[in-house]
Ligand binder design. Structure first.
Ligand code: GDP
Length: 376
């Protein structure tokens, strides 16, 4: 899928950089261009991508802190400049636009929904978001911001692929320490998903030579329309991944394909424990000659059962690799426990914050309270 990425905020910039690097290293060329937008000058410095600084008049390059309403305002005010920079990067070949942002901060949290709306207004292209949710031990403000941002972003974007910052944290690692590993995990999953939707002509270069371009060996290769159709139901999505050592003989790989797909869905998703979905796509990557068609079909049937969805697509991704990898895209995961828990956590944090604010206001205004007025 020929994609233009737009990273917003600090997390957006770092994850966009990791994605662009992965795509380049793998030679996929699915990411055609990338731009990073931020209101904090320091977070843009050192990024190997083109950047736009927004809100300079308002915050002088110092960022918006955790104020996502201000994040939305500065993005709106400077939307013209951002859209004009993007206009130079989006062309008739572009198949999808991806906005990448941490939803718990300020610039990405407030800016991503504004940008999604602007992009949908101007382009007749799918606009997807990769939304990063704060980990459990991040503060109440992050949870509240992420809850509000997600509610605003979901109706604007064609789909929001959620990444939970707790998903790939090694035991004992803080979110901060594990960030690089998390970003690499995101890059690998999303990077492969984007590459899976690349047309077959572009695949010969994936290290397979003639084998990669052999259409008979690649009858059931996943293309862009399958990714787009899986995400068509809109709402929230997640992506799972796992890989295992493979045999050369496809018959011996039936179980490898099914067990790798099980791992991808049950332990490897970007949103742990999200299983129920409206639609799904199973992509099995490996050498065409060792991929088991029977394995792919039974993996697909198993995902259908687990997700309780009648709409599960499946296909191959020919790739020169000793391993077999399984990528599972889940779309329409709103009903899953994990999403419900996140919204409960955000609502609880919002109630606590409001209560604290009210108490503070009450303390500040106690001299003008009604009760005192009544005494006079
Ligand atoms: P902004 O610059 O105001 O948009 O704020 P941030 O992008 O720093 O958003 C804060 C949220 O993003 C928090 O939940 C952080 O845990 C998360 N975050 C910050 N940097 C990264 C990163 O490099 N990778 C990931 N996965 N999350 C990040």
């Amino acid at each position: 899928m020929k994609t233009v990425l737009i990273g917003v905020g600090q997390a957006g910039g770092k994850v966009t950089t990791a994605l662009a690097k992965y795509d380049e290293e793998m030679g996929f060329r699915a990411i055609r261009d990338a731009l990073v937008v931020n209101s904090a000058k320091a977070d843009l410095q050192g990024l190997p991508l083109d950047t736009v600084l927004v809100g300079q008049d308002r915050v002088k390059g110092n960022g918006v802190g955790g104020d996502n309403e201000l994040g939305a305002e500065v993005m709106q005010e400077d939307a013209g400049e951002v859209m004009s920079e993007l206009g130079e990067r989006i062309d008739s070949e572009t198949e999808a636009l991806f906005i990448v942002a941490g939803l718990g901060g300020g610039t990405g949290s407030g800016g991503a929904p504004v940008l999604a709306r602007e992009l949908k207004r101007v382009y007749d292209l799918p606009v997807y978001a990769i939304g990063i949710l704060p980990g459990r031990d991040e503060g109440a403000l992050y949870q509240v911001n992420a809850g509000r941002s997600l509610k605003t972003l979901t109706p604007e974007a064609d789909s929001v692929i959620l990444i939970d910052n707790d998903a790939w944290r090694g035991a004992g690692n803080s979110v901060e320490a594990g960030m690089t590993a998390i970003n690499e995990n995101i890059a690998q999953r999303i990077g492969l998903l984007l590459a899976a939707g690349q047309p077959i002509e572009d695949r010969a270069s994936f290290g397979l030579g003639d084998e990669g371009a052999d259409r008979s060996a690649a009858q059931s290769v996943v293309d862009t329309s399958e990714v787009v159709n899986t995400l068509r139901s809109g709402g929230l999505a997640a992506v799972g991944y796992a890989e295992s050592e493979a045999s050369e003989d496809p018959d011996e790989n039936v179980n490898v394909v099914t067990s790798t797909t099980r791992q991808a869905l049950l332990t490897g998703t970007s949103l742990p424990n999200a299983v129920e979905a409206d639609a799904a796509l199973v992509v099995v990557a490996g050498r065409p000659k060792s991929l088991s068609r029977k394995g792919v079909e039974s993996a697909r049937a198993w995902v259908e059962e687990q997700t309780q969805s009648m709409e599960v697509r499946g296909g191959d991704f020919p790739m020169d690799s000793e391993t077999i990898a399984s990528l599972v895209l889940l779309s329409g995961i709103e009903r899953s426990d994990r999403v419900q828990k996140f919204f409960d956590r955000a609502a609880e944090a919002e109630r606590e914050t409001t209560k604290r604010e009210r108490e503070k206001e009450a303390a500040d205004t106690s001299f003008q309270s009604d009760e005192l007025d009544d005494l006079l």
